[in-house]
Design a protein around this ligand. Structure first.
Ligand SMILES: Nc1nc2c(ncn2[C@@H]2O[C@H](COP(=O)(O)OP(=O)(O)OP(=O)(O)O)[C@@H](O)[C@H]2O)c(=O)[nH]1
Ligand SMILES: [Mg+2]
Length: 196
C-alpha cells in the first residue's frame, strides 16, 4: 500500500443491505459501538475533518451503513449504533440483521474497531458485540473513547475494568482514545494500517 492521503476522504454511499455495498476489493474497516459512543467522531478525528461523518448529541442518528472513501485506498464503514432505547423492537431487529449481514459476509472487511466508553463498565451490548466478533473470528481492535473525561490517575483502573467485563483476549489491541484531545490518534492509524 502506498502512502495514503487521509485528507482525501468523502462519503461514498449509504447502504442498508448487501446489494448496495461498493463492488470492488478495497479494504474496509468498520466502526461498531453503541449509540453516542463516538464512532462518527472517531472517523472525523482520524481524517482531520470536522463533520465528514455526521455526529450529533441525538443518539441513533446513523441508521444506514455509511461507506467513506479514503484516497481510493481504503474505506471506513460507520455502522449504526446499538443500544438506543427509543427504537421499536422491529427496527432493532432490522438493524441487527443489517449489521450482522455486513460483519459476517463482507469479504472486504479487514478489522472492526469496536468502540466502548472509557468512563463506564461495558454494556451488555458491548460485551455481546465483542463475543460476536470473537466467535466469527473477525479481527477486532477495542477503542475506549472519551478518555478526556477520565483523569489519568484512573486510566489503569478503567482499562482493567473494561477488559475484565469483556473477557478481553490479550492478543487483541486496546487503544485509549479521545476525539477532543486526540489521545490515541497515532496508535490508531498504526494499528489500522497494519491490517491492510
Ligand atoms: N468528551 C468527548 N466527547 C466525545 C468524544 N467522542 C465523541 N464525543 C461526543 O459524543 C457525542 C456522540 O458522538 P458521535 O461521534 O456522534 O457518536 P456515534 O457513536 O457516532 O453515535 P450514533 O451515530 O448515534 O451511533 C457527541 O456529542 C460527540 O461530540 C470524545 O472523545 N470525548
Ligand atoms: Mg454516528
Amino acid at each position: 500500500m502506498s502512502e495514503i492521503n487521509t485528507h482525501n476522504a468523502s462519503i461514498l454511499l449509504s447502504a442498508a443491505s448487501k446489494e448496495h455495498y461498493p463492488k470492488d476489493n478495497l479494504p474496509e474497516l468498520a466502526l461498531a459501538g453503541r449509540s453516542n459512543v463516538g464512532k462518527s467522531s472517531f472517523i472525523n478525528t482520524l481524517l482531520g475533518r470536522k463533520n465528514l461523518a455526521r455526529t450529533s448529541s441525538k443518539p441513533g442518528k446513523t441508521q444506514l451503513l455509511n461507506f467513506y472513501n479514503i484516497d481510493n485506498q481504503l474505506r471506513f464503514v460507520d455502522v449504526p449504533g446499538y443500544g438506543y432505547a427509543k427504537v421499536s423492537k422491529s427496527q432493532r431487529a432490522k438493524w441487527g440483521k443489517m449489521i450482522e449481514e455486513y460483519l459476517v459476509t463482507r469479504e472486504n472487511l479487514k478489522v472492526v474497531i469496536s468502540l466502548v466508553d472509557f468512563r463506564h463498565e461495558p454494556s451488555v451490548d458491548d460485551i455481546q458485540m465483542y463475543e460476536f466478533l470473537k466467535y466469527y473470528e473477525i479481527p477486532v481492535i477495542i477503542v475506549a473513547t472519551k478518555a478526556d473525561k477520565v483523569s489519568r490517575g484512573r486510566w489503569n483502573k478503567h482499562e482493567s475494568m473494561i477488559k475484565k467485563a469483556l473477557n478481553f483476549d490479550a492478543s487483541d489491541d486496546f487503544i485509549i482514545f479521545s476525539s477532543v484531545d486526540k489521545t490515541g490518534f497515532d496508535v490508531s492509524w498504526d494499528k489500522i494500517l497494519s491490517y491492510l
